[in-house]
Design a protein around this ligand. Structure first.
Ligand code: APR
Ligand code: PHB
Length: 393
């Protein structure tokens, strides 16, 4: 079957769903194709840190009712190195900006609901298999649903289909350069029914490796441990995980991690990935399809939403005024923020992960870099403003 719309969106992650709402608000028709089921996308565990910019956009889109009720606003973050702790106060250093802790799967539930209630078609279990004719004014997405092949004809295609999607590889190979960095460690992440032992996140360097204490609510803790890249989950009993978290997170005070039932456990490798062009002809790419940052700093979702804010504005300008300028500068406008986030995530990763022997030259550099945060308000401000998210860039 052949159908048509103005904007064909591949992927119902944070990027695709936010774009659906922004286009709907502007009266521009779109269709979102998602190859997973609604239940699957609404229950996929991911990070849960929302920058101020992201929350502002969700407020503006009227999708933040539950986020305002259930999300936890954090006005600071704790950084720890070999048991020494520094708190970065956002209010003082960023003029009152803050972050909100709210799981990505909760964001997805809110966005799916709002799209469907506002009449945006989201086709679940619709697998985009090809993107065609991007060099013409009527690009097409070929997709299969219920074993039938369909063609969606549109004015523009937006690839919001994540790192493994088809949109990036639908651009000519010579239209972009790729940058990849694989880190020599992974994260073992858990969700547990345990009262968080901290009100604000703790990022900790320990000679046995990095640990992060995050949370989801006042009853659910989210914690991570640095592990080897080839580490097997079966080597990590619940007890071993809690013991290791306790060792790595305890500092000169007597910090105790609260233990509880672990209801989710997974190991994720860490990588930085970039392409330096996010558009070819009538195909635009946003979010994880174009860039991956290591999770130290929680930037992934926020970057996806930031891309979409620019893209939606550019598309609305094109449809209303016939003006191409913002569409033409979309890639460059996004890349400034993405490179900043790449650098910040890389900086946070190297600052807190164990990568050199304790007591080596590199170790002392790392420790000095940490100490400098406590010694210099300028350095603390640099971290604070990147962490809460730069407003204009
Ligand atoms: N056809 C249809 N849908 C597809 C296809 C395809 N061929 N390939 C992938 N998808 C869907 C995936 O099932 C997924 O739901 O595209 C969606 C991409 O969503 P995300 O991976 O969440 O990517 P994005 O919206 O860019 O959000 C980035 O999500 O991956 C996290 O940590 C990351 O927080 C970041 C955020
Ligand atoms: C999370 O809560 O899942 C989280 C928080 C901060 C990060 C990464 C993940 O840097």
């Amino acid at each position: 079957m052949k159908i048509s719309t103005r904007i064909g969106i591949v992927g119902a992650g944070p990027a695709g769903l936010t774009l659906g709402l922004l286009l709907q608000r502007a009266g521009i028709d779109c269709i979102i194709l998602e190859h997973r089921s609604r239940e699957y996308v609404e229950n996929r565990t991911r990070a849960g840190l929302l920058e101020q910019n992201t929350v502002d956009l969700f407020n503006e889109l009227n999708v933040s009712g539950r986020l305002q009720r259930e999300g936890l606003q954090h006005h600071g973050v704790n950084l720890s190195f070999d048991g020494m702790r520094i708190r970065i106060p956002f209010d003082e250093l960023t003029g009152g900006r803050c972050i909100t802790i709210y799981g990505q799967q909760e964001v997805i539930k809110d966005l799916v609901k709002a799209n469907l209630e506002r009449g945006v078609p989201v086709y679940f279990e619709a697998d985009a298999t090809r993107i065609e004719d991007i060099g013409t004014n009527s690009p097409k997405i070929v997709y299969t649903q219920n074993n039938e092949t369909h063609v969606l004809e549109c004015d523009f295609v937006v690839g919001c289909d994540g790192y493994h999607g088809i949109s990036r590889s639908s651009m000519p190979k010579d239209s972009y350069s790729e940058f990849v960095k694989e880190y020599p460690f992974s994260w073992l992440g858990i969700l547990a029914n345990a009262t968080p032992a901290t009100d604000e996140l703790i990022y900790a360097y320990h000679e046995r490796g990095f640990a992060l204490h995050s949370l989801r609510s006042n009853k659910v803790s989210r914690l991570y441990l640095q592990v080897e890249n080839n580490e097997k989950l079966e080597n990590w009993s619940d007890e071993r995980i809690w013991d290791e978290l306790q060792i790595r997170l305890s500092d000169s005070g007597n910090f105790r991690v609260n233990r509880g039932e672990i209801f989710e456990k997974a190991i994720t490798p860490m990588r930085s990935f970039m392409i330096d062009n996010m558009q070819h002809g009538r195909l635009f790419i946003a979010g994880d399809a174009a860039h991956i940052v290591p999770p130290t700093g929680g930037k992934g979702l926020n970057l996806a939403v930031a891309d979409i804010r620019l893209l939606a504005e550019a598309m609305v300008t094109w449809f209303r005024k016939g003006n191409n300028d913002l569409l033409g500068s979309y890639s460059q406008d996004c890349l400034r923020r993405i490179w900043r986030a790449q650098d910040f995530s890389n900086f946070m990763t190297y600052l807190f992960h164990k990568q050199a022997p304790h007591g080596s030259f590199e170790y002392y550099l790392q420790r000095s870099r940490f100490n400098y945060i406590g010694q210099s308000k300028a350095q603390a401000t640099t971290i604070a403003e990147n962490y809460v998210g730069l407003k204009d860039i």
